[in-house]
Design a protein around this ligand. Structure first.
Ligand code: NAD
Length: 434
């Protein structure tokens, strides 16, 4: 099948490369000329494990091309995906749909034969209706259907998630579009991937409900962790104790510095706004978002407490900046709030991240970047582990202790064991453990 992917960002590029790998003929279109130039030269705009190889193999096979010429990409495509960004709109927290509408208008102008326009971007309920109206007004003659197909891939495991998804949600009531979508995803059927067909509005809401639920689960265990600290319980054991119950499940029960990333913060906020607009507020999610916001800066207080109540003039070594390992994505990373709060309190920040430094430089100022974890902790008064990259999971703690001015480690991901750290002579603080 011929597929056009509008937006060659995280989702568009991964989805486009995976569809090409299934044998479809994919053109990725992006308005960012420099991104297209880099992709044409085989340079990835993001860090995602396995992506360079997947893109190279399919580009070589002639199934995956890149262009900034939307007309050329859309011409003759049977499926046109909209995978552009939907960030939080400044000021009110609604999803900013300007990129989606711009893409819809551009696509409308180029439609030739029957095409299915597929919204892969995360968009509020009713956006599919608006996209359809926009295209219909611009092109009363065109033959098309607008389908919602939200994406659930996780950064850092994006290719595996796309190729072996738990489910593929397809929102359409159009029989012809349903056939096209079934054919598009048919290569996954060998793995018995469940296609879930729903109404378009339902599909749009499923994506937000899923992210809001996961954000709630994280926030729940984070609050339980705070309670553990004051009552002398262990949150790891609590998480295990409840997670073994199949009704609860063990995933997303890792206490930490609060959720971040390119999706949960903006999607919870957008759901809250939509629900308020429709007069059916989602109070649990409102609370989750508020608790999570407050938590990120509270993590800085934890570091300050570990540094005997003040970090003024002290050097804090920050291990990990991205919102999670195996990505270079800094969007809404908890590290941003932690670093800024520590800087506000007078700390000198020295940081190391295996892949995120280039992106971090765009959002953080006055940070001294180290070569590796040991370089980072050298001369530091306190170290804080913010992102659980593999590179931080087995540090030589005897070396860390001797390199630091004072061996204080605040582990916001519970990577290490308190008894072991005590044995190594490290003043160790973690989340939700004695
Ligand atoms: N990143 C994730 O893990 C993830 C997961 C699931 C869903 N989503 C959703 O997918 C959507 C895209 O997210 P992303 O992380 O890939 O964003 P991104 O910012 O990485 O990529 C968006 C791309 O779209 C391009 N673009 C914008 N307007 C365009 C236009 N009119 N024509 C062509 N290209 C255009 C931009 O230049 C950019 O390269 C969002 O709605 C997001 O919520 C993201």
């Amino acid at each position: 099948m011929r597929v056009a992917m509008i937006g060659a960002g995280y989702v568009g590029l991964v989805s486009g490369a995976c569809f090409a790998d299934f044998g479809h003929d994919v053109v990725c279109v992006d308005t960012d000329r420099s991104k297209i130039d880099r992709l044409q030269s085989g340079i990835m705009p993001i860090f995602e494990p396995g992506l360079p190889e997947l893109v190279a193999a399919n580009a070589r096979a002639g199934r995956l091309t890149f262009t900034d010429d939307l007309a050329a990409g859309v011409r003759g495509a049977e499926a046109v995906f909209i995978a552009v960004g939907t960030p939080s709109r400044r000021g009110d927290g609604h999803a900013d749909l300007s990129f989606v509408h711009a893409a819809a208008r551009a696509i409308a102008a180029e439609l030739t034969g029957y095409a299915v326009i597929v919204t892969k971007s995360t968009v509020p309920v009713g956006t599919g209706d608006e996209v359809e109206r926009t295209i219909r007004e611009a092109r009363p003659d065109a033959e098309f259907a607008v389908v919602s197909n939200p994406e659930f891939l996780r950064e850092g495991a994006a290719i595996g998630d796309f190729k072996r998804p738990d489910r593929i949600v397809i929102g359409t009531e159009d029989a012809r579009a349903r056939d096209v979508m079934t054919e598009l995803y048919r290569p996954l059927f060998l793995n018995a991937s469940p296609l879930l067909f729903t109404a378009r509005r339902t599909a749009e809401l499923i994506k937000y409900a899923a992210n809001a639920f996961l954000a709630t689960k994280i926030t729940f265990i984070n609050e339980i962790a705070d309670l553990c600290e004051v009552v002398g319980a262990d949150v790891q054991d609590v998480a295990r104790g409840i997670g073994l119950d199949n009704r609860i499940g063990s995933k997303f029960l890792h206490a930490g510095p609060g959720y971040g990333g390119s999706c949960f913060p903006k999607d919870t906020l957008a759901l809250i706004k939509t629900a308020q607009d429709f007069g059916a507020p989602v109070r649990i999610v409102e609370t989750v978002a508020a608790v999570n916001d407050q938590r990120k800066r509270a993590m800085a207080k934890k570091v300050i407490a570990a540094a005997d109540g003040s970090v003024r003039g002290k050097t804090v070594a920050v291990l990990g900046l991205t919102f999670k390992p195996n990505t270079d994505d800094m969007r809404d990373s908890p590290a941003i709030a932690v670093v800024q709060a520590l800087q506000d309190a007078g700390a000198i920040i020295r940081a190391f991240d295996p892949e995120g430094v280039e992106q971090a430089k765009l959002v953080l100022t006055d940070v001294d970047y180290a070569r590796d974890p040991y370089d980072c902790v050298t001369g530091a008064d306190v170290a804080v582990l913010v992102t659980e990259w593999d590179a931080f999971r087995a540090l030589d703690m005897d070396r860390v202790r001797t390199l630091m001015t004072t061996p204080v480690l605040v582990d916001l991901r519970n990577v290490y064991r308190p008894e072991e750290m005590a044995r190594r002579g490290i003043d160790y603080r973690s989340i939700g453990r004695a």
